[in-house]
Ligand binder design. Structure first.
Ligand SMILES: [Zn+2]
Length: 112
């Protein structure tokens, strides 16, 4: 694993520990214990997805407001929205057919 700043590593560890604890409780707790926790955590889950997806909204030019590959913005739906769709809906978002840019000079040449 690459080097991580201590504060970032603490954040990562805390989040992963919380997820592990939730998995543990989901697998072991009895229903009277699990139901109130599940209600609370489902609200947290929905709120968390909404907050994350808001940050990854589509810009008017069709790019993601947050995701970048190098200096270019990723096309929307970005990997975060694709993961949300897969996780929440249960199926992958189909990739769009790629079209060549009209600025691609080879495309122009082939149309002549
Ligand atoms: Zn994004």
């Amino acid at each position: 694993m690459s080097a991580v700043w201590p504060a970032k590593d603490d954040t990562r560890r805390a989040v992963l520990a919380r997820l592990a604890a939730l998995d543990d409780v989901a697998g072991k707790a009895d229903s009277p214990t699990l139901l109130p926790l599940a209600r609370t955590e489902l609200h947290h889950l929905a709120d968390g997805w909404r907050r994350l997806l808001t940050v990854h909204c589509a810009e008017p030019d069709g790019s993601c407001a947050s995701c970048r590959t190098g200096i270019r913005a990723r096309r929307w739906p970005c990997p975060v929205w694709r993961a949300a769709h897969e996780q929440l809906i249960g199926e992958r978002v189909q990739h769009r057919q790629r079209t060549l840019s009209p600025r691609n000079r080879f495309t122009r040449l082939s149309r002549r």
